[in-house]
Design a protein around this ligand. Structure first.
Ligand code: GAP
Length: 515
């Protein structure tokens, strides 16, 4: 499976997300604001389920990890010590003509291999060579030939050659400014006076809240190393170029674990966490075939890190990072110890040693996982009207072939589906039947997020649930009340139905939907 094996386009997905209430542009009534998104009634459930599955896997199913919920605004010295004030920067450049703003490390240049005076063409990373050549031909009166050109990083182009460089959105050379560093942290002021002594930052990651509370947590839980502290929460980055729907946003949520370990166990613990996290992704519905490990080379690592592996997923717009797992040594705790003057040492009762623990940090983005799950779940199928094989619809096909109807279905893993069960009375004009269905709905709702729907033909109600990804539909019919106290349970993916006693329902549902 690869990005291009999808049966969905981003346009179709974005349209479903808006239509069914997964994701809305924030403050849309005022024209929106780039890089910020709202999650609608279904999106919020999806995100809560992703966070609940992570939290359960980290803090409930293991004894060695505890949780934390630290403040979004912390003492500004936290960000000085962590290096974010000095180093959390991206190179940015502008086009004087179009006023476009670009991240310099996301721009590539299509340049002549030998002729230093030839025009060069800047493009967004990922642009097909054929598209680059088309523009080069247009601006060189057709003389550009593919074999004469190569693609290089913009940051490798010397500044004295910028006069020959044509910007991504213009046909004029010499309009791009030189790249300059731009700090991604959002600044604010604490208190009524906007002066430099009151500057504070919205956190760009949740991790530093964990490091800053390391000693307090250590002394309250008295766990032995190795142990972890997990946190889920909002993070903010003033991204130069938010893009790919919610993938790169300016406000997003992270799920971060700092797993504190004995120095020297870094490599084995790092490998362990990469494997654990990949198992988790499979469990929430991202198949192995679309997941990748990007293992950073020794040269690409920060000076304090001994390993870093990014977990990538094949999105329809390319293979991109969902999570980074880094072995960061004891850099962060040491930085905070030096800056605050407070000891970050751990005392090992067994060996009677004092040391600053090393850390392995799996750091995942909730919004990126939600987007990956939405992409993965989306299917359009052609259902035969008179029995036969279900077909996968062609991408972009407007209508089904003769004898078939279209079904849009979100094949979420049940544990992350927004609604777990829909309860449907077969008809709405029979009081006893409706009362039975309502009673069942209220009972199941105590345990799971359920949907009650009595309007329309049963087939149409099934389709509505398919489109929002509800794994199970439970139909209450006349036999339920008159005969056997059984209900029909329909599976979203196979569309098969089984007849079950209401008494068996809870354990049947639990086996399917609980993480
Ligand atoms: N504490 C380490 C850290 O923050 P990171 O690679 O910068 O590492 C971790 O971020 C994860 O947070 C990423 O893998 C991604 O899932 C998510 N993330 C980072 N920037 C994001 C953005 N602008 N929009 C959405 N998610 C983002």
């Amino acid at each position: 499976m690869k990005a291009n094996d999808y049966h969905v386009t981003m346009d179709a997905l974005v349209s479903l997300c808006k239509r069914r209430g997964f994701i809305f542009q924030t403050s849309e009534i005022y024209g929106g604001i780039n890089g910020f998104w709202d999650y609608g009634p279904l999106g919020v459930e999806l995100k809560r389920n992703i966070k609940a599955c992570w939290w359960k896997s980290m803090t409930q199913l293991r004894e060695d990890i505890v949780g934390l919920d630290s403040a979004i605004i912390m003492h500004p010295r936290v960000w000085e010590a962590s290096g974010h004030v000095g180093n959390f920067k991206d190179p940015m450049l502008d086009c004087r003509e179009t006023k476009g703003r670009y991240r310099a490390d996301q721009i590539v240049v299509f340049k002549h291999k030998t002729d230093a005076d030839a025009l060069m063409f800047a493009f967004h990373e990922g642009t097909e060579p054929a598209a680059s050549l088309k523009k080069a031909k247009k601006l060189t009166n057709g003389s550009a030939l593919m074999d004469d050109y190569e693609t290089v990083a913009l940051l490798d182009i010397p500044l004295d050659r910028y006069s020959k460089l044509v910007g991504p959105d213009t046909n004029e050379p010499g309009t791009l400014t030189e790249p300059r560093a731009f700090n991604l942290m959002f600044k604010t002021y604490v208190g009524p006076v906007e002066e430099s002594s009151n500057v504070a930052y919205l956190r760009p990651e949740t991790a530093q809240g964990i490091f800053a509370q390391f000693s307090n947590v250590c002394s309250t839980i008295r766990n032995k190393v190795p142990f972890g502290i997990a946190q889920i929460g909002k993070a903010f980055r003033n991204e130069i170029n938010p893009r790919n729907y919610t993938f790169r946003s300016r406000e997003f949520e992270q799920m971060e674990l700092e797993y504190f370990i004995k120095p020297g166990t870094d490599a084995e613990q790092h490998e362990y966490w990469v494997t654990e996290r990949l198992k988790w992704y499979e469990k929430v519905g991202l198949p192995e075939g679309r997941m990748h490990r990007d293992i950073h080379s020794a040269e690409a690592l920060a000076h304090y890190a001994s390993a870093c592996t990014d977990i990538l997923y094949d999105f329809p717009f390319g293979t991109q990072e969902l999570e980074g797992i880094a072995a960061r040594g004891n850099f962060d705790l040491t930085q905070h110890q030096n800056a605050s003057g407070k000891s970050m040492e751990y005392f090992d009762e067994e060996t009677k040693e004092h040391f600053i623990p090393h850390v392995v940090e799996p750091s995942a983005g909730v919004d990126r996982i939600a987007l990956a799950l939405l992409c993965e779940a989306y299917r359009e199928e052609w259902i035969p009207k008179n029995g036969g094989e279900v077909l996968t619809a062609e991408v972009g096909a407007k209508r089904a072939p003769e004898g078939y109807e279209v079904r849009t279905v979100m094949r979420f893993a049940p544990c992350i589906a927004p609604y777990k069960v829909a309860v449907l009375p077969l008809v709405k004009n029979n009081e006893e039947l409706v009362a039975k269905a309502r009673g069942l709905f209220e009972r199941l709702s105590k345990r799971w997020k359920c949907f009650y729907d009595q309007n329309g033909a049963i087939g149409r109600r099934y389709r509505r649930q398919d489109e929002i990804g509800t794994p199970l539909c439970v139909t209450v019919d006349f036999e339920t009340i008159e005969k056997d106290n059984c209900v029909t349970v329909r599976d979203r993916d196979s569309m098969e139905q089984v007849r079950l006693s209401i008494d068996e329902l809870d354990s049947y549902i639990s086996n399917i939907v609980d993480f």
